[in-house]
Design a protein around this ligand. Structure first.
Ligand code: SF4
Ligand code: SF4
Length: 728
């Protein structure tokens, strides 16, 4: 028995070490096929990156820390890292059954730790196995987060860990019996029952059992290593190694998610400036967006290889949840599989039908990513928010869109109208500039316009950036007028840019038209700088995100706050006093670009909480898990032909609370939710109150600030307090 165990274990180990080493080298070579990233990006603030990695790993901060899955996975991960010496122990036991590790072997705290972590790892993996079984795609179908994951790989990894955990515990029990442990001792506080169970066996029998169990443990470990080495795309196994660099090199060194600003378009690791790109040496070779797997950066390729197929992203994706073909998990898996399939040929400098597969094309044309998948994304960021290993889905999706739009001119045709309108008129509806001022004639207080009523913003508290929807869309204009009136009541001096305001370029950028985004952005930055803008407030989270987070990429640096932040401040400082009750049950919908992308969750809720009469109830999916309205990522300008409409899904969730008011803080959400509510009210198909309203938080606050009897507004002033923290 002993000889067989030694020979088999050593042969398997030799093969495993050789194959694993080769696979590790291969993975590094494959990652190097990716494009460089701009200098300093991904390696800035190394100390902070290391802290972020330590926090994310040790705290499992990206994995619902206290949920059963998070706790179970934590023990499995810690066990994987710290049970390595049990492999050495098992090798020693092959040669001498009662062998113990030098130095550590007799130290009680070490032995207690091994007992504890082996048990915790075993129970942890058993928990994960049960959780998977309870949510199998065969039962839950598309609702299962494991739908589309590679089942055999997950089972293989799970049962390997379970087997190894059980073997460690059995070996501990056998060791105890061989060492004649004759009563409960701390060093065997877990396995003493096993020690007692093995007690009656002869020494020879115990020794043979040790050889057998050590063989099973080592054989299982090495079989795992061989299998993993032969399947370099097996993310469920490789993430144990790749997650560490993937987190360390994540986009934001401080640990925040890769949301908020999109990254500038790069070619060969250098940001593209469309004004100068063709004047530069080698400009004609510039790569616009991603059309081949090797056009992704090495970090992109690392992202793809790190995916564990856990499906957390998929479970939150509004596209997937409404029957569309996009699953962020399946998208990443497709890119990963293609990357691994093409790598050997790319490394050999060969091209063939695998390397020549179009990255974005229908399956009938051998495309890796179907166009319907690519264009279903609302860039809501739920996937990025959920991913435990910090994969940056949105950036990859937009990179592929950039090539499709800028080089292929291939995108849903409806969005073309929006792009043309932006080019010609600076707003997505193609309306005349002067229309941006129409709302100012519908209010009974002066709204100063920069360049007309005031020379610049030097003596003005805030530039109110109205946004295209806020100025031109009837429903969104109600928010604009309400917010302006609140500023007027509170005595805050503000001005608007009027016809000099252009679309910020949010939709153009997320559709993939980086050129148009840069054009619009540079024009706006110049206008804002000329107007001496410093503090900007906006009612649109998309404008908020773009001006605060993306205009710095174009040289525009402004302090930007969202209107809910300013309104909360005005309420807190007594400049706005909600007095009139607004009766009813309200539920608040988090706009993705305010919430997930910019972490503004509290101010709208605080305002709602200050309005007397309102009873707030949260929808199941809220804050970080908020569900998109369907308008982001330029989806506002595309038809939604596949599956259930996302806004209907969201309104159905709200209707489950039977609310009187659905509130939000974004003009696009307002339009999407209102459309759905109107449709449902007209169809009378579902239980929906006839007087259900969809309103911006500002409208609610205005209703409450106004006196109940005459509807007039009054300013209430108290001592000023520090302004809220700006985003930019
Ligand atoms: S950003 Fe939103 S819509 Fe796009 S893939 Fe991620 S979860 Fe799905
Ligand atoms: S992308 Fe992230 S969240 Fe989605 S399946 Fe992969 S590891 Fe899980």
């Amino acid at each position: 028995m002993q000889l067989v165990a030694i020979v088999v274990s050593l042969v398997l180990t030799a093969v495993a070490v050789a194959l694993f080493g080769r696979a590790a080298v291969e993975i590094v070579r494959r990652l190097r096929l990716g494009q460089p990233v701009p200098k300093g990006q991904r390696t800035d603030a190394p100390g902070q990156r290391t802290l972020t990695l330590a926090r994310e790993f040790l705290g499992h901060t990206r994995m619902n820390r206290w949920a059963p899955v998070g706790v179970a996975h934590w023990f499995v991960a810690i066990g994987f890292l710290t049970l390595g010496l049990t492999i050495v122990q098992a090798f020693g036991q092959l040669f001498q059954a009662d062998w113990t590790l030098p130095v550590l072997g007799g130290i009680v705290p070490y032995e207690m730790y091994i007992e504890f972590i082996a048990l915790a790892t075993t129970l942890g993996i058993a928990t994960l196995i049960v959780i998977r079984q309870l949510s199998l795609p065969s039962r839950a179908g598309r609702k299962s987060r494991f739908a589309g994951s590679t089942a055999w790989q997950a089972y293989f990894v799970e049962y390997v860990i379970l087997t190894i955990g059980v073997c460690i515990l059995l070996l501990r029990g056998l060791e105890g019996a061989l060492h004649h442990v004759d009563g409960y001792r701390p060093a065997y506080f877990v396995t003493y029952p096993l020690v007692a169970a093995f007690d009656g066996l002869s020494t020879a029998a115990l020794q043979n059992l040790v050889y057998l169990v050590a063989l099973v443990k080592l054989g299982t470990t090495m079989t795992w290593a061989i299998t993993v080495a032969l399947n370099t795309s097996m993310g469920v196994a490789w993430h144990r190694f790749l997650a560490f660099p993937n987190i360390w090199f994540k986009r934001e060194a401080d640990g925040s998610t890769a949301l908020g600003p999109l990254q500038p378009m790069t070619s060969g690791g250098r940001p593209i400036d469309f004004e100068t790109v063709f004047d530069e040496e080698g400009g004609e070779d510039t790569q616009f967006g991603v059309s081949k797997i090797e056009h992704f950066s090495w970090k992109g390729l690392l992202d793809f290889s790190t995916c564990t197929e856990c499906g957390r992203c998929q479970s939150q994706c509004p596209a997937w949840n409404t029957g569309k073909p996009l699953s962020p998990k399946l998208l990443i898996m497709s890119l990963r599989d293609h990357a691994h399939a093409t790598a050997p040929y790319l490394l050999a400098g060969e091209s063939n039908e695998t390397t020549d597969r179009p990255l974005v094309a229908p399956a009938a044309e051998s495309g890796v990513i179907d166009p319907d998948v690519l264009w279903s994304c609302t860039t809501c960021g739920a996937c990025v928010e959920q991913c435990p290993v910090d994969i940056e889905h949105v950036d990859h999706i937009v990179d592929m869109r950039r090539y499709q739009v800028m080089i292929e001119s291939s995108f849903p045709s409806e969005a073309g109208t929006m792009l043309k309108n932006l080019e010609r008129k600076g707003n997505p509806w193609g309306l005349a500039k002067k229309k941006r001022l129409e709302w100012t004639r519908e209010v009974d207080f002066p709204v100063p316009v920069v360049g007309q009523d005031v020379e610049d913003l030097t003596d003005i508290d805030y530039l109110y950036w109205v946004g295209c929807a806020g100025a031109l869309e009837d429903r969104a204009k109600k928010t604009t007028k309400a917010f302006a009136e609140l500023l007027h009541i509170a005595g805050v001096s503000f001005a608007i840019m009027g016809g000099d305001e252009s679309c910020t370029g949010d939709s153009a950028r997320r559709l993939g038209n980086e050129f148009l985004f840069q054009q619009l952005g540079q024009q706006n930055v110049e206008t804002l700088n000329a107007a001496a803008a410093k503090k900007i407030v906006t009612t649109c989270p998309h404008c908020f995100n773009t001006i605060a987070n993306e205009y710095p990429q174009l040289g525009g640096h402004f302090e930007v706050i969202h209107h809910t932040q300013l309104l909360q401040h005005l309420v807190d400082t007594g400049k706005l006093i909600p007095v009139t009750p607004v009766e009813g049950l309200i539920t608040y919908h988090d706009p993705c670009y305010l919430g997930r992308h910019n972490k503004v969750y509290t101010p709208p809720r605080e305002i709602i909480g200050r309005v007397p009469g309102l009873r707030n109830e949260e929808m199941h999916r809220h804050k970080e898990r908020g569900f998109c309205c369907g308008a982001g990522g330029a989806r506002m300008w595309m038809e939604e032909r596949i599956g259930k409409r996302i806004n209907d899904e969201r309104v159905d969730e709200a209707l489950a609370l039977n609310p009187d008011i659905i509130s939000t803080a974004c003009p696009f959400c307002l339009v999407m939710l209102t459309d759905s509510v109107n449709g449902k009210q007209a169809a009378a198909a579902s239980a929906i109150k006839d007087d259900l309203r969809v309103v911006d938080v500002a409208q609610l606050l205005l209703e409450s600030v106004r006196e109940p009897d005459d509807g007039d507004s009054q300013a209430r002033t108290t001592a000023p307090e520090p302004a809220p923290e700006p985003a930019g």
